[in-house]
Design a protein around this ligand. Structure first.
Ligand code: PEP
Ligand code: MN
Length: 337
């Protein structure tokens, strides 16, 4: 941590700041310039609240120079994490494709969608069985029946299953059916849930919260990693801004930022990011170009009658055509899909 003192900071204020830093367990190096004094506070304290120093008399600015996410960050783990599930790798050279409906609606529907995902070359089938809905009157998902349906559909087409887990007491049940636990945007900071998922043996996909910074996303990943589960990947699904023409604002820059700061894979979800079918293909293409390790895309063959998120679902033929384009983009940047 670097502390820049005010120009007119007195010697006793500087001594007071140094004393506080030492009391907090830091080693302090003082350098006195012509105009200002700068203090270097040395010592690894991931949880240190820099405001404790900012408020001291004579302090102008405080900068943290190490990251608070020791396990999710690159400093102590330079190589990219590659998550292996059967023959699927997440975070390797191949861009992984996750697709399926927003919600599992019926056995017929999820089997039809699994066929589309498989024909596109996708590897992972998505579909919600427990749905976090803004309104309590909206469709809440089929629960365990839905889990059975998605497992059977995925098995028929040799796909993996990802679905959202909303509460701790569902983890054990869901563990019997899923290959990857999805933590939704609304639960990114549900610390008791994510800590519990840190004890699970299956990978976790952590979605960025609707108003979460990238650092907060990485800190939530840190919770899962520090509870023991090293198979974590992230998902940029758009954040809330003042923009009204899209459901959220797709923060594409989160992809290269996460790649720089963290060894964890990050995928893009252009469906929830934009909320509108015609915006999904361009943003999916952009996410692959930006280096996303994968994509999650919602599809439906009767979106008008979908029980959730119909307006953002791609029709099967649009999806298949999009995947061909994504393949070309992946090749152009030295990856496969
Ligand atoms: C979903 O993937 O269906 C979902 C609810 O996403 P999010 O948590 O990003 O809103
Ligand atoms: Mn959805």
């Amino acid at each position: 941590m670097v502390i820049i003192l005010e120009k007119n900071a007195s010697e006793s204020q500087i001594e007071n700041v140094i004393k506080h830093l030492e009391d907090y367990g830091f080693q302090v190096h003082k350098s006195t310039g012509v105009e200002r004094t700068i203090l270097g506070a040395i010592g690894v304290q991931p949880n240190f609240d820099t405001r404790k120093v900012s408020i001291l008399d004579g302090v102008s600015e405080v900068y943290r120079i190490t990251t608070p996410y020791k396990l999710a960050g690159r400093s102590f783990h330079e190589e990219d994490t590659i998550i292996k599930i059967n023959d699927v790798e997440i975070g390797g050279n191949k861009v992984v494709l996750i697709a399926g409906p927003c919600s599992i609606e019926s056995e017929e529907q999820i089997f039809r969608m699994a066929k589309v995902v498989s024909e596109s070359g996708g590897k992972i089938l998505r579909g919600g069985a427990f749905k976090p809905r803004t309104s309590p009157y909206s469709f809440q998902g089929l629960g365990e029946d839905g889990l059975k349906m998605i497992r059977a559909a995925a098995d028929k087409y040799n796909l993996l299953v990802i679905t959202e887990v909303m509460q701790i007491d569902h983890i054990e049940l869901m563990d019997q059916y899923v290959d990857i636990f999805q933590v939704g945007a609304r639960n990114m900071q549900n610390f008791s849930l994510i800590k519990e998922l840190g004890k699970a043996t299956k990978p976790v996909m952590l979605k960025r919260g609707i108003a979460a910074t990238i650092e907060e996303l990485l800190m939530s990943a840190e919770y899962i990693l520090s509870s023991g589960n090293k198979n974590v990947f992230l998902c940029e699904r758009g954040i809330r801004t003042f923009e009204q023409y899209t459901r959220n604002t797709f923060d594409l820059s989160a992809i290269p930022v996460v790649h720089k700061k963290s060894h964890l894979p990050i995928i893009g979800d252009p469906s929830h990011a934009t909320g509108l079918r015609d915006q999904v293909p361009p943003m999916a293409r952009a996410a692959v170009a930006a280096g996303a390790d994968g994509l999650m895309i919602e599809i439906h063959d009767d979106p008008e009658n979908a029980l959730s998120d119909g307006p953002q679902a791609l029709l099967p033929n649009t999806f298949i055509k999009l995947v061909e384009e994504l393949r070309l983009i992946a090749h152009a940047i030295g990856r496969t899909l």
